[in-house]
Design a protein around this ligand. Structure first.
Ligand code: NAD
Length: 337
């Protein structure tokens, strides 16, 4: 039997220091919409804390940032308990990480898990929408995954979010998840306006979107050119839920929900690699900012069999491109000046 050593004091101290840095960054990012460190720096902290916990598993306590989704929620909004937990995504930063994920799920499932649905990882704000008998009744931020913030009046102001679902076979209860984002062009204009008014500009489109949605006054939200794209379902009751992620998207589109035009279904790992390579070169083609690609097992039955860890589904992976944010963000702000 392999016994792992208890963490020495230096490792314990570094772990505590990283946990504190990450919690502080989470609060600034998720609650204040105003981060003070770059995503790359944040990701490096997360990687370091994960490595420490792999080496010394006694550091992996349930309150570690590696075991949780997102951050705290603000008291400015009414808390909402999600119908089903909203999750985060595990990351791959290299082709080896991606191949290791693929090998792991093949082994766990014991057969071929393909095909896969590839799509863009939109750098926006994660939101869940609830439709009862086709009517939008609630919208909430992800929060810590179990409890989010009620932002229904704000989401109702977003033009491509339907208040009523259309078409045949409307489910009696539907909970969809997606990203709310500010198109890059809208972000530029908003920052120009803020600078003209002598106000602080937003650091990037993601924070601008989050700051615009999380307004006490929905009239402010209404003036921001926000959009949403849905990329998942939490609950589907009635009206025959489809059996693959791609079929789900096509049904959601028929129901009037905004679904990406850029997703592709590929057969195998090679197909995922091609999609990643394509968008590495075409990163700025979409109207929104992306920070990577998400690959998902397409068959829902296989997704179910693979299940989730405490914070993320095993059947999906976010491949993150190396950051280019430092230069583009500085440029954006200079353009605003
Ligand atoms: P994540 O952003 O790495 O991935 C999970 C999220 O991706 C999901 O909740 C989902 O809403 C979103 N997503 C976008 N497109 C998607 C798609 N097509 N399919 C499925 N999901 C999609 O993880 P996270 O837990 O939301 O946040 C962690 C990340 O946030 C960090 O890696 C970092 O980049 C950033 N962050 C930065 C700071 C900071 O201070 N700079 C602080 C906290 C978090």
């Amino acid at each position: 039997q392999v016994r792992t050593a208890a963490a020495p004091p230096a490792a314990r101290d570094r772990h505590a220091e990283l946990a504190e840095l990450i919690e502080e960054a989470n609060w600034r990012y998720y609650v204040l919409d105003s981060p003070t460190v770059s995503d790359a720096e944040y990701d490096a902290w997360m990687r370091e804390i994960r490595e420490l916990e792999e080496r010394y598993p006694d550091l992996r306590t349930p309150d570690s940032p590696t075991q949780k989704v997102g951050g705290a929620i603000s008291t400015e909004f009414t808390p909402v308990t999600h119908l089903r937990r909203l999750e985060s995504l595990d990351n791959a930063f290299s082709d080896e990480d991606l191949a290791a994920w693929h090998a792991r799920i093949q082994r766990l499932y014991g057969a071929d898990v393909g095909p896969f649905l590839c799509e863009l990882k939109i750098d926006g704000l994660a939101v869940a929408l609830v439709y009862e008998n086709g009517r939008l009744v609630r919208a909430a931020t992800r929060g810590d995954g179990r409890t989010g913030e009620d932002i229904t009046p704000n989401i109702r102001t977003i033009r491509n979010v339907p208040h009523r679902l259309t078409g045949d076979g409307v489910p009696s209860l539907l909970e969809v998840r997606g990203e709310v984002f500010l198109p890059v062009e809208g972000f530029r204009r908003l920052n120009e306006q803020l600078l003209d008014a002598g106000k602080q500009p937003f650091a990037n489109p993601r924070n601008a979107a989050a700051g615009s949605v999380r307004q006490k006054d929905p009239r402010v939200t209404a003036q921001r050119p926000l959009k949403m794209i849905v990329h998942g379902v939490g609950v589907w009751e009635g009206g025959d839920p489809p059996e693959s992620q791609s079929a789900v998207y096509e049904r959601l589109r028929e129901l009037g929900l905004p679904v990406s035009e850029r997703y592709r279904v590929v057969e195998d790992l090679g197909g995922i690699r091609e999609y990643i390579a394509y968008y590495r070169e075409h990163r700025h083609d979409p109207e929104y900012e992306i920070d990577g690609v998400v690959a998902k097992v397409d068959r829902i039955a296989v997704q179910r069999a693979l299940g989730s860890t405490s914070r993320a589904p095993r059947w999906a992976i976010a491949f993150k491109y190396p950051p280019e944010e430092v230069t583009t963000k500085l440029l954006d702000i200079q353009v605003g000046v």
